[in-house]
Ligand binder design. Structure first.
Ligand code: NAD
Length: 243
């Protein structure tokens, strides 16, 4: 059933992983999707897919973001998926890591929301989805200080937008995944040295005994894109990690 028929969606970080799966799921549900990513090679894998318009965009570049949204015009669904994972405890986190994590995980989301919200308010309708994580205010995760701090901020941002515009047709929700199979997770596992051991450790922290798939997270994004009575929520989808 096409639940997003006639809707126009923007997905950031759509070149791979959860963003890519969500762009494809939005399109399969009937939406027209602008699939944005900084990595043109990754986007090339989406070329030719029905109802998907790949666009190279660095969400850290404020001018490029403003120009992109001005060109797109109407946006009914915004999925802010771009994010970065830094390792390290509070004693190890550097100012540079913190700045980068806040810029990509938080400020970039604020800018895209500022770009789409006036139009959504004019139409009295819009769904904004922000990618947080279970590693946030939902759960403390070892060695993820900059990540957990900034993903907690994503939940704060989500609730702030939801509270301000709840009576004006805007829904804003956050997705909090557990550990999900994706290219960047693969790189993190490889970077730890012993790949098999790292993979086993990531799986071991998921009580279901397996990693999540990008498609499972995309299903929740489709639900939230079309949801009419859910706002201000940080929805866990984590294979039982936070039980
Ligand atoms: P990924 O990390 O493998 O891919 C991220 C994509 O973002 C890449 O295609 C990259 O080119 C793009 N990107 C990076 N910087 C960008 C920028 N400045 N502008 C535009 N695009 C940019 O994908 P993933 O692991 O599915 O992660 C996607 C989101 O989900 C992130 O916010 C991440 O924190 C979150 N998340 C992931 C997991 C997981 O286990 N994979 C768990 C919880 C939350």
């Amino acid at each position: 059933v096409a639940t997003l028929s006639g809707r126009i969606a923007v997905v950031t970080a759509a070149g791979q992983g959860i963003g890519r799966a969500s762009a494809r799921a939005f399109a399969a549900a009937g939406a027209t999707v602008h699939a944005a990513d900084i990595n043109g090679d990754a986007l090339a894998t989406l070329r030719g897919e029905a109802n998907i318009h790949p666009v190279r965009l660095d969400v850290l570049d404020a001018e490029a973001v403003a120009a992109f949204f001005a060109g797109v015009g109407r946006v009914d669904i915004l999925f802010n998926c771009a994010g970065v994972v830094h390792g390290g405890t509070v004693l190890e986190v550097t100012d540079a890591d913190l700045d980068f994590a806040f810029d990509l995980n938080v400020r970039a989301m604020i800018r895209t929301i500022q770009a789409v919200l006036p139009g959504m308010l004019e139409r009295g309708d819009g769904s904004i989805i922000n990618m947080a994580s279970i590693a946030s205010s939902a759960k403390g995760v070892a060695n993820r200080c900059a990540y957990g701090v900034t993903k907690a901020a994503v939940i704060g941002l989500t609730k702030s937008v939801a509270a301000d515009y709840v009576a004006r047709g805007i829904r804003c929700n956050a997705i909090c995944p557990g550990t999900v199979e994706s290219p960047s997770l693969e790189s993190r596992m490889r970077a730890l040295g012993d790949y098999e051991e790292a993979r086993a450790a990531f799986i071991a922290r998921q009580p279901m005994g397996r990693l999540g798939t990008p498609e499972e997270i995309a299903d929740l994004a489709v639900y939230l894109a079309g949801a009419t009575y859910t706002t201000g929520q940080a929805l866990g989808i984590d294979g039982g990690w936070s039980i």
